[in-house]
Design a protein around this ligand. Structure first.
Ligand SMILES: [Mg+2]
Length: 373
């Protein structure tokens, strides 16, 4: 194939309403802000991607505004005029010239993959080596902050067969109050559901030692990032003594982090997020490290909309083992979309399109309506 040049790159910030306030230890989401990436190529093909993070700067060190600025001022100029069909070369160019900025890079890598898939008539999953499963199990996060409301929400999800794995966001309250909340929910749902917690680094090791024990003893299946990513030695000790498996999430900010966590034995499960690794191809490098180290995998989300969710899904569906399923429910948290057809959730699973690219089309009218001006 001769060179097909990248002609222009646009980063558009959109603010979308959510179905309810979504309480995380570090932030309460009232809306979600997405950065939509549009890469236009000389053959008339446009690739779309998404760079989305949570709560401004509450989660990581890139914000929607910094992502847009850094793409416009630094990353797009490196790609314009380059070959759109050579994704290795394009991403190498970005990595050489720009440290970090994995969320921005992830949106760009997703858009290049979408364009290349459309060009070749292949879904992104096939560009990534091919899918080995039909669909992806999707967990739901119960984050209303109210025990009775959370139980009612879980019961409804079980009834309509949308989710049977529930993740509870804890850490912002007293440990004892959080444990009471979690145990009440597990008791109500029993064996009908898998209940897991995400502490988002909010405990210290002294709190986590006992809390992990209590959670494990009460049937909680998984404990996500109980303590700070900075306390590596503490993570190793917790991983050795917790009766419920420990998953690393915030601890992984790059593929290199994944390697050092594996080498230290700091977690038995890795949360995979395209935004934190630099794209759907980059996240598979973290998955390969985990596979080689015998660490189990979980497909994580940054509460992306349809585009970022399917960019993740196309990567996750190529994984031979995905023991802990995924949490790719971002589109279900939004009341509005900016694509013509929403991703399909059915029988506890997300379906991954088999049409070329990511399998999505931008709805120009809705994008114009929700874009920030
Ligand atoms: Mg998490």
């Amino acid at each position: 194939m001769s060179h097909i040049l990248i002609e222009s790159i646009e980063a558009v910030i959109v603010d979308l309403p959510t179905i309810r306030p979504h309480k995380l230890a570090m932030h309460t989401l009232q809306k979600q802000t997405l950065v939509i990436i549009r890469v236009r190529c000389a053959d008339g093909i446009e690739g779309i991607g998404e760079s989305t993070t949570i709560g401004g700067l509450a989660y990581g060190n890139e914000s929607p505004e910094s992502i847009k600025t850094n793409i416009e001022c630094h990353l797009a100029p490196l790609l314009i005029g380059q070959d759109a069909s050579n994704i290795n070369a394009a991403m190498l160019r970005l990595d050489k010239a720009a440290k970090g900025n994995t969320f921005a890079k992830s949106g760009l890598e997703s858009a290049l993959l979408d364009a290349q898939g459309k060009r070749l008539g292949l879904p992104v999953s096939e560009l990534l080596g091919g899918r080995v499963r039909d669909s992806l199990e999707v967990a739901w996060t119960l984050a209303s902050g109210d025990t009775a409301k959370d139980i009612a929400e879980a019961e409804q999800m079980l009834d309509i067969r949308r989710h049977r794995i529930f993740k509870l966001k804890i850490g912002a309250n007293e440990v004892s109050a959080d444990l009471k909340h979690v145990i009440a929910i597990k008791k109500a749902l029993g064996e009908r559901a898998s209940v897991r917690v995400d502490v988002n680094q909010y405990w210290d090791e002294s709190q986590a030692i006992r809390a992990c024990q209590v959670l494990g003893d009460n049937g909680i299946d998984l404990i996500e990032q109980p303590i700070s990513r900075i306390n590596r030695a503490g993570q190793v000790r917790l991983n050795q003594r917790s009766p419920a498996p420990i998953m690393a999430d915030e601890s992984i900010e790059s593929v290199a982090d994944a390697f050092s966590l594996a080498a230290d034995g700091a977690a038995s499960i890795f949360a995979l997020k395209i935004g934190k690794n630099g794209g759907p191809r980059a996240v598979l490098r973290t998955a390969q490290i985990a596979e080689a180290a015998g660490i189990a995998l979980y497909g994580g989300t940054m509460l992306e909309g349809a585009i970022g969710t399917l960019a993740s899904a196309h990567a996750f569906i190529t994984l031979s083992r995905l023991t802990w399923g995924t949490e790719l429910f971002g589109p279900l948290l939004l009341t509005e979309e900016i694509v013509t057809e929403a991703p399909v959730y059915r029988d506890f699973q997300l379906e991954v399109p088999r049409s070329p690219g990511l399998g999505l089309t931008l709805d120009e009218e809705r994008l114009a309506f929700f874009r920030r001006t």
